[in-house]
Design a protein around this ligand. Structure first.
Ligand SMILES: [Zn+2]
Length: 361
């Protein structure tokens, strides 16, 4: 079988009637899948993973999302395949020795929302499954029943019996999958960006003073063409590094915001985790930009944060979920892709902040 190098399972972050795992208002199958995939690709630790040469997707995504997945994940050289056949084809892919790294993504976003990502590599090494978090989805109510790839993967990700192995026999598919858990997920507590400047890009302590929230206005109408121009910045927090003057521009643009050079720019990934809150403002109902009317109707007031991601870069991010005034200056936050607002008949997506280290499951 293929060696599973990294795995992650992400539930919906809503808290509905079932108690856990429902979609939050700003989530859909696309955001769940991207969040799961980001956990295993871990751009802040590229040495630990192999860039996938193939991406396979099981499940239903919003229109156009399959084509946009590579951009959201920063693996634009790979065209994802939408797989038919459900759990049987998912199991077959896991069981086949693979010559190179592949990314298996499965999502079910109706009812019990969850997405799973498995990054696999060539066979021949010790098999293993690294799980993300210990709290599994209670929504998978019947161990031993695998009616979706997500449920099958979840079964494989369960803590192993004492001998350290777990076998899953699939009736009908004539397959036995074996996985061995390598250990609890670790590493979320720290982040580094090897491409950063020598002094590092972990922000230092922030002096608490008057918040500068002059940048919180998001404006209103955003033409689709303008939105799409900046997707690497909006979806992956990609800045532009100027080789001429050494400064960063964010959002990335065609000319350096410091020296104006248009020739020497290179992509510079800002860290997706571990930013420090420098300012907080609560947007109460009635004060929101009109594009957020939908969100306010669903969730009421929300917090907008000014977050230091790099010594040179601060970004404005909404805090996910409702419950305003829950963020404090100096706290660290991670970022996730979420739906922002509907415009021109489609959802616009961007990154929002979540408290750092929250629920790595
Ligand atoms: Zn420059």
């Amino acid at each position: 079988m293929a060696t599973v190098r990294a795995a992650a399972l992400v539930r919906g972050h809503g808290r509905g009637a079932s108690g856990a795992g429902d979609l939050a208002p700003d989530e859909d199958a696309f955001t769940l899948l991207v969040e799961a995939a980001e956990r295993v690709l871990r751009p802040e630790a590229p040495s630990e993973v192999t860039a996938p040469v193939s991406v396979s997707v099981w499940g239903a995504l919003p229109p156009g999302a399959l084509e946009e997945l590579p951009l959201a994940l920063g693996v634009t050289s790979v065209a994802p395949r939408l797989e038919a056949g459900g759990v049987a084809t998912f199991a077959e892919r896991l069981a086949e020795p693979q010559p190179a790294a592949q990314l298996l993504l499965a999502v079910e976003a109706s009812g019990s929302a969850a997405a799973v990502a498995l990054l696999t590599g060539p066979a021949g090494e010790e098999s293993g499954v690294e799980i993300s978090g210990a709290d599994g989805p209670e929504v998978f109510e019947a161990p031993g029943k695998w009616d979706s790839p997500v449920r099958l993967a979840w079964t494989l990700l369960q803590p192993p019996p004492p001998d350290g192995s777990r076998a899953v026999s699939l009736p009908g598919a004539r397959l036995v999958l074996r996985a061995r858990r390598l250990g609890p997920f670790a590493g979320e507590e720290s982040w580094t960006n090897p491409s950063a400047s020598p002094e590092g890009n972990v922000p230092g302590a922030v002096p608490v003073g008057e918040p500068d929230l002059s940048t919180v206005s998001e404006g209103a109408y955003l033409p689709a063409a303008t939105y799409r121009e900046n997707l690497p910045s909006r979806w992956r927090l990609e800045a532009a590094h100027c080789r001429k003057c050494g400064k960063l521009s964010f959002p990335a643009r065609s000319a350096c915001s410091s020296c104006g050079s248009m020739q020497e720019l290179e992509p510079f990934p800002l860290p997706l985790r571990g930013g420090i809150i420098e300012a907080v403002t609560t947007v109460r109902p009635g004060a929101q930009p009109s594009e957020f009317d939908f969100q306010v109707q669903r969730g009421g007031a929300y917090d907008v944060l000014l977050v230091r991601l790099h010594p040179e870069v601060r970004v404005t991010l909404q805090l996910t979920g409702s419950g305003a005034a829950s963020a404090r200056i100096g706290d660290r936050v991670d970022t996730v892709l979420r739906r922002l607002y509907p415009m021109e008949g489609a959802w616009r997506y961007g990154r929002k902040a979540v408290p750092s280290g929250r629920s790595p499951s």
